[in-house]
Write a protein that binds this ligand. Structure first.
Ligand SMILES: Cc1ncc(C[n+]2csc(CCOP(=O)(O)OP(=O)(O)O)c2C)c(N)n1
Ligand SMILES: CC(=O)[C@@H](O)[C@H](O)COP(=O)(O)O
Ligand SMILES: [Mg+2]
Length: 621
């Protein structure tokens, strides 16, 4: 406690109001200490939180987050906000089961106006709140805090274009650190770079205007100066995109200069129109390892705060294997291209990006565009491989349907983080992809359980499919089961003569399922285990051919929702009793993957207990 000094005296944002800028500077240093200490022990998002410290303090000081609506886009940078709004003592539980969420959560605090997790939606949600304020005749400020990375997402432009002409008082704070998770990309990023070096607006003009307004005839003078300036400026300098969209643009301002940021926020607050404040910050600021490598310290596991070394050695995971296999395929086939939506390292494409620079496309946080662009490539004879996290593919459902599937184009979707991802929670779990992809005619879904199967399925997806094909694999590495049964749509991986129960599963769940089968055997229940390797017409044929082998009670074990899952499919395709253990039709809390398996009854013990219970109902137990 002692080492955080002044931070110990801050129990709510109200405590910030009377502090001098010097004292606030000391507070910012203490906040950085606390964040590094805390995140080094729990893991979490580090670099973005270190970069936003002064801006977040200034926002809590100038606004009232219990009344005003401050929305942090993505929300991975909301730790200072959480610390200052009464949640500091829960930071040792960050992202753990039953603990503090790593994102905004209204159920945690009234100062979190909405949930967050996916990028680029903050301006839309803020505008909605501003409209509600107007229509309900209420009084509060609405602020969207959006990063330069999140600003590469199409939704952000849709919202800016609408908000700028809405007439609603609304503040968009652009936290520009020139970084997404990796280096930011695209034309907007270039536009921001140009604005960054232009000292023309700063906010000084706002202060001058205020002073002029106080002298007799000053207002008329200001208006005339503004008109003349606007003409000259428009002639000599390119105006910002934001001004063209109807925003008043303030900045760029040094986001670590608390005084300037506070003053500009105070000015913006008084302006009764859409305002965009451009704040420049340094991602990872105040901790040398993250300053030097903000990408590596964007999202971290536990680390030694003195050396910056991660405590756990990174084991080879499905993403890395995917990246390596794709490099191998692309070495021999110039048609293969890789597309990522701002997740080059997360999806395992870093090596591809250097080996095959001309065939690597980081499109920014633009999943819809990534998929439609892949459609264009496929239509012209390339083999695009789109690597997206399952949860972010949700953004591009329409493009999968409209641009890819209707024409039956050969686009390979490599769907990372499929299933339960854990600590990031409900916004990031990949539990819907089977359901939504199954609903699209002509999409084949492949579900590898091991690296060997990933490899075979990638070759199949590239060379033996000619329509849309998706390969879904989890966050992390393979488990104890390392076979390759990928040539069979439905493979029996634990055969038991005279079985009483068949457990049917897919993907990484094979490991908990096989462990459950062992437990059931030791309790006298003859159990066989089958694995669904693909969802395609071939699976229906395989099931018809193997129906006898699947006699008796079938329990489907899957780390996805019930509706539209494999369990639902199997129940409708066989006559015997079929039950399902899944993530349910609900959203899960955050926690470790193992905690969540237990939460859902998807761990080996939970599966075995479920079978024992339902065996009785079937009259077997
Ligand atoms: C739709 C969507 N795609 C991808 C992501 C993954 N993601 C989380 S943060 C981030 C980078 C955000 O960059 P920026 O907004 O500039 O924030 P910074 O981390 O630089 O503060 C990305 C790509 C996401 N959360 N949502
Ligand atoms: C905030 C966000 O969306 C990403 O930073 C995400 O947390 C990354 O997840 P992984 O750690 O699984 O790459
Ligand atoms: Mg950024």
């Amino acid at each position: 406690m002692k080492r955080y000094g002044i931070l110990n005296n801050i129990t709510s944002p109200a405590d910030l109001k009377g502090l001098s800028y010097d004292t606030l500077g000391v507070l910012c240093a203490a906040l950085r200490e606390f964040i590094v200490d805390s995140v080094s022990q729990t893991g979490g998002h580090l670099a973005s939180n270190l970069g936003i410290v002064e801006l977040a303090v200034a926002l809590e000081r100038e606004f009232d987050s219990s009344r005003d609506r401050i929305i942090y886009d993505v929300g991975h940078q909301c730790y200072v906000h959480k610390i200052l709004t009464g949640r500091r003592d829960r930071f040792s539980t960050l992202r753990q089961y039953g603990g503090l969420s790593g994102f905004m959560k209204p159920e945690e605090s009234i100062t979190d106006p909405c949930i967050t997790g996916h990028a680029s939606d903050s301006v839309s949600v803020a505008l909605g709140m501003a409209h509600a304020r107007t229509l309900r005749n209420q009084k509060y400020h609405v602020v969207a805090v959006i990063g330069d990375g999140a600003l590469t997402g199409g939704m952000a432009y849709e919202a800016l274009s609408n908000a700028g002409t809405s007439g609603e008082p609304l503040l968009v704070v652009l936290n520009d650190n020139n970084m997404s998770i990796a280096k930011n990309v695209g034309g907007l990023s270039r536009h921001l770079s140009r604005l960054r070096v232009s000292p023309r607006y700063l906010g000084a003009k706002v202060r001058i205007k205020e002073k002029l307004a106080r002298i007799p005839g000053g207002r008329a003078l200001t208006q005339s100066i503004s008109r003349t300036k606007a003409r000259i400026k428009g002639f000599l300098l390119p105006t910002s995109l934001f001004e063209q969209m109807g925003f008043t643009y303030l900045g760029p301002v040094d986001g670590h200069d608390l005084k300037s940021v506070c003053e500009l926020l105070a000015q913006a607050k008084k302006m009764k129109k859409p305002v965009l404040l451009h704040v420049m910050t340094q991602k990872g600021r105040g901790y040398a390892p993250s300053e030097n490598n903000p990408e590596k310290y964007h999202g971290v596991s536990q680390f030694d705060r003195v050396t910056g070394e991660f405590l756990a050695k990174k084991k080879e995971d499905f993403s890395a294997r995917f990246g390596a296999e794709l490099c191998g395929l692309a070495d021999k086939d110039a048609r293969i291209c890789a597309i990522t939506a701002a997740m080059p390292s997360g999806t395992g494409l870093t090596r591809f990006s250097t080996l095959h620079r001309d065939r690597f496309f980081d499109v920014g946080i633009a999943e819809e565009h990534a998929v439609a662009m892949a459609a264009g490539m496929a239509a012209q004879g390339l083999v695009p491989v789109v690597a997206l996290y399952s949860t972010f593919l949700q953004r591009a459902y329409d493009q999968v349907v409209h641009d890819v599937a209707i024409e039956g184009l050969h686009v390979v979707f490599c769907i990372d983080r499929a299933g339960i991802v854990g600590a990031d929670g409900a916004t990031h779990n990949g539990v819907l992809d089977i359901a939504f992809l199954r609903s699209i005619p002509g999409v084949t879904i492949l579900c590898p359980s091991s690296f060997a199967e990933l490899r075979s399925m990638m070759t199949r997806a590239v060379y033996h499919e000619n329509g849309p094909v998706a390969i879904r694999y989890p966050r992390g590495g393979e488990g104890a089961w390392r076979g390759d049964t990928s040539s069979q749509p439905l493979a029996c991986v634990r055969q038991t003569a005279g079985h009483e129960v068949t457990l049917v599963t897919h993907g990484i769940m094979i490991n908990e399922t096989l462990a459950a089968a062992e437990k059931l055997e030791s309790r006298g229940v003859r159990t066989q285990v089958c694995k669904v390797n693909e969802l395609s017409p071939a699976l229906e044929q395989a099931l018809a051919a193997q129906e006898d082998a699947l006699s008796g009670l079938c329990v489907v074990v899957e780390d996805t929702v019930d509706n539209g899952g494999v369990g639902e499919w199997l129940a409708s395709h066989r006559s015997g009793r079929t039950l399902c253990i899944s993530t349910g039709n609900r959203f899960l809390p955050h926690g470790s993957v193992n905690d969540l398996y237990r939460h859902c009854g998807l761990d080996a013990d939970g599966i075995a207990e479920f079978v024992m219970e339902h065996r009785k109902e079937t009259g077997l137990g």
